[in-house]
Design a protein around this ligand. Structure first.
Ligand SMILES: Cc1ncc(COP(=O)(O)O)c(C=O)c1O
Length: 427
């Protein structure tokens, strides 16, 4: 039987009231949540932003080298960091510590003298901290590095490579630029008005910049010299990050670690952490041509007579590898806990890079290739059955104009020709 008309219209009224209140309710709910959205988003942003994507890189088994040596050779894939290298960790740590201490003002300029990777990492992460980046780079570094820096929004100065004792070494110029930025900020009343902006002193150095025109604008909020070579934030990035990650990823089951050193931050931070966990983990350096560190580790002296500091330029043709090898002892390297060192040649690094490309699909930069040469040297020294970890610092993409350029390599007699690993005495 059909319901009476009154009942039908009552049901219809009740339904429309229910629908109306549902819609009203929904609107109110969505209003409340849309009020909440920005808050939720900003928390999420802070948690999941670029900085949080740095580190926790995979530890890759390098199959070809492991199979050839009978060891487990593992590479920490640092080229997968957002800024493309191991230096992302260092950049974040340097900026975080400087902001926390007040040495760097919000919106200030981080200056660095770097052959590339650290500068690229600083330029990549600086905006995430609301800061800017000014880079002084030797003009023999691959051109794509300064192109990337400029594309990232950093200001770049390319200068002739000279001895570190020269006032115009790129590191010394970068230090001066931080002081100049502070002078500009003080003059215009910007930046932190605190002890760190003493124009005469920053990071322990005194400026002689009086003769130079300032290159920073009047809205400049001051500068901070990142000083990756001496700033121990570099060491801490690896002691607190890379080292513990390697320990966790191997379940503490590793026999050796090897890496080349530029600033020494990686090898020092990782070796200190691993040795603290297990003193039996052996840590080694692989040193490229032209570097004094092999001598330092194996004989306790950094220089031969003719290599006395200040008398010898870091000749750009000592090695074609970039970012590694040095002729002075940095504060970071001094903390390294090493059991020994190996020497690697440029040709070995070139051959290794092509071997890994062919056999593993790994397209690596020159320092990573040198590290892998080192890993094989350790495997040969320890014998089969050991687990050896090294660092895959950056990708081959940044090395197209030199390390992967046929014309460049043939000019220096470094054309690869190996079929397998015969260049390291293996089949
Ligand atoms: C590409 C690359 N690999 C390796 C290194 C060496 O690392 P560290 O400075 O921690 O010794 C550097 C340093 O600048 C680098 O740029």
């Amino acid at each position: 039987m059909a319901p009476p008309l009154r009942t039908t219209s009552a049901i219809a009224t009740a339904l429309s009231i229910a629908l109306l209140s549902y819609l009203l309710c929904k609107k109110t709910r969505s209003k409340a949540s849309s009020k909440k959205t920005p808050k939720t988003l900003s928390v999420k942003k802070a948690r999941n932003g670029l900085v949080a994507a740095i580190g926790n890189t995979p530890l890759i088994r390098i199959n070809s080298l492991s199979d050839a040596t009978g060891c487990e050779i593992l590479g920490k894939a640092e080229f997968l960091n957002p800024g493309g290298s191991v230096k992302d960790r260092v950049a974040v740590k340097i900026i975080e510590e400087a902001l926390e201490s007040g040495a760097l003002a919000q919106g200030g300029i981080i200056t660095e003298g770097s052959a590339g990777s650290t500068a690229i990492s600083l330029a990549t992460v600086a905006p995430a901290f609301g800061c800017k980046c000014h880079v002084v780079i030797p003009d023999d570094a691959a051109i794509e590095k300064s192109q990337i820096l400029e594309a990232l929004g950093a200001t770049v100065e390319r200068v002739r490579p000279v001895s570190i004792t020269h006032k115009d070494h790129f590191v010394n110029i970068a230090r001066r630029r931080a002081l100049e930025a502070n002078q500009v900020a003080l003059k215009h009343g910007k930046g932190n008005q605190n002890e760190y902006l003493d124009v005469k002193q920053i990071n322990g150095y005194t400026s002689d910049s009086g003769k130079q025109d300032p290159i920073f604008y009047s809205d400049c909020k001051g500068g901070f010299f990142a000083d990756q070579f001496e700033n121990l934030a570099n060491f801490r990035a690896h002691y607190e990050g890379t080292g513990p990650e390697i320990w966790d990823q191997t379940g503490g089951k590793l026999d050796a670690f090897i890496a080349a050193a530029g600033t020494g931050g990686t090898v020092a931070g990782v070796s200190c952490f691993l040795k603290e966990k297990n003193a039996n983990v052996r840590c080694f350096l692989i040193d490229p041509p032209g570097s004094g560190l092999f001598n330092k580790v194996t004989r306790g002296v950094m220089y031969t007579r003719e290599e006395a500091e200040g008398r010898r330029l870091k000749n750009p043709f000592d090695t074609i590898t970039e970012g590694i090898g040095i002729n002075r002892l940095t504060e970071n390297f001094k903390l390294a806990e090493l059991d020994g060192a190996f020497r690697g040649t440029d040709l070995e690094a070139v051959e290794m890079s092509r071997y890994l490309l062919k056999n593993d699909g790994l397209f690596l930069g020159s320092s990573s290739a040198m590290n892998c040469v080192g890993a094989v040297r350790v495997a040969q020294a320890l014998g089969p059955g050991h687990t050896i970890v090294t660092i895959l610092c950056d990708s081959g993409m940044r090395h197209l104009s030199k390390f992967y350029d046929v014309g460049y390599l043939s000019k220096y007699g470094l054309m690869p020709s190996a079929v397998g690993l015969e260049f390291l005495g293996l089949k």
